[in-house]
Design a binder for this molecule. Sequence first.
Ligand code: FES
Length: 118
Amino acid sequence: MDQPVKWVRASSLDELPRDGSGRAFDVDGLDIAVFNWDQSYFALENYCPHLGFPLTEGIVEEGAVICGWHGWRVRLDDGGCRGKTLTARRYACEVRGDALWVEVPEKVQSTGSLNTES
Ligand code: FES
């Protein structure tokens, strides 16, 4: 069964990151990383799937963010990591009027977890 979701206003357009960068927002209690790549916005949980380093501390390159800790490449469009089975959670997002909205679970659960994949 699908989890109930809701759309939450994440930020005004002026606060959004410039092309090729990311910025963190608290969206209904979730730490969400919003990236701007090639004139599109992408929203991921702000935790690297490897060991939880903030993805917004990484470098955006070729549609992925390269984690600043151990260099995992996390794709912005689906949260997948090159050569790894783990993924970052991706959230739908869209510009509505003068703001970016993000689709989040109706009931917020904690995000970020540790794993043992190296
Ligand atoms: S915490 Fe991101 S690559 Fe290790």
